[in-house]
Design a binder for this molecule. Sequence first.
Ligand code: ADP
Ligand code: ASP
Ligand code: MG
Length: 413
Amino acid sequence: MSLIVQKFGGTSLADAEKIHRAARRAIRAKLEGQRVVLVVSAMGHATDELLSLARAIASDPPKRELDMLLTTGEQVSIALMAMAIDAAGHEAISLTAAQLGLVTDSAHTRARIQRISRERIDRELEAGKIVIVAGFQGIDASGEITTLGRGASDTTAAALAAVLGAPVCEIYTDVDGVYTADPRIVPQARKIDEISYDTMLEMAAAGAGVMHSRAVEFGKKFNVPIHVRSSLTDAKGTMIMAETHNMEAMSVQGVTLKEDLAMISLNAVPNTPGVAARIFAEVAKNHIIVDDIVQNIYDGGERANLSFSINSGDAPEARAVCERLAAKLGIGGVVVDEGVSKVSALGVGMRTHTGIASTMFDALAHAAINIENISTSEMVISCIVRREDGPKALRYIHDAFGLDKPNNRQGSA
Ligand code: ADP
Ligand code: ASP
Ligand code: MG
């Protein structure tokens, strides 16, 4: 008997009717003879609402208590989903991470999954029930409740699909697949039928919020294809899967915008061996994830300016870490700029396909948008721009690469 993992996001569970709709889809899979595991997120914007409640109480609440609060959102959804399936005359059981044994490390608000016990799930499936798992949450070795990072119900689903050996992990959401750009910002964006794990990983890391990047990592590691599709229709969505020959022909496959960034600039850094190592060791020790790093040397090699981008949520912590370092290492000053975004073009062989970088810079020039920083890698070219310029930058770049046209091959020469 085959097994399917279906994950429903918050917008697909926003009210009672939507919960019934998701329940009907799960029941249909069950009636077709499959074992069904559902993973659900918090309803609608529940997680955001819980977060703002927390912020109304304290500007920097303890992370353990944040996790305690945020996990209630998914607990509401699993119970309501079980009730909806029961009301339709089918058997279901809701399970929290603690009940099923989804164990993470202890990094509150950004925990990583360490192991998942399948014993309880298997037992419930064996008894003929639809199993409903709370996404986004975990439990650490000492029984503390953790969360896996914003948007991480996808990761719960992909990890479960991997552990249970499901042939596919279905992600039901409010768009009918992965698009060449966020369709809310670029209305001309097109749906991508198939995308490789690697390109999707880069897109997710560069800001395509449609998938949590660690979900794609699980898919890749355990070779579980992820089908991103609409919760409203039966149309085929986007398959995230191992690379096929067809995909290689494309160069630029998508563009992304990452808005929640901050730039930290350290001015007049002593340019001596070991300084950068000390700075980034300290930053890493505080679990701050660094995006791009730029260093310029001046003053005849005596001093350097060092800038790096981080998630803006980490800005207060990064500022404190850098100010401590500045005092210790004789760094001239620390400037935190929270008004930046990053636009990226993604695809295969970006560095070797000539003309891609210049097409992107031309597009920004036409839009009269200043580039504050550039970084390139094998699959991504990114520019830091002012936050207010981000959406316009995305539309111009999408247009410049002809991504609105079917079978685009621009830049693949
Ligand atoms: P869910 O609640 O189902 O997890 P999310 O809001 O996390 O939904 O993800 C879906 C949203 O992701 C879409 O509404 C869309 O605006 C956004 N998005 C960003 N980039 C892309 C993209 N490249 N393709 C499709 N959707 C995208
Ligand atoms: N409810 C969580 C969030 O909003 C997890 C998720 O939706 O995937 O981040
Ligand atoms: Mg999501």
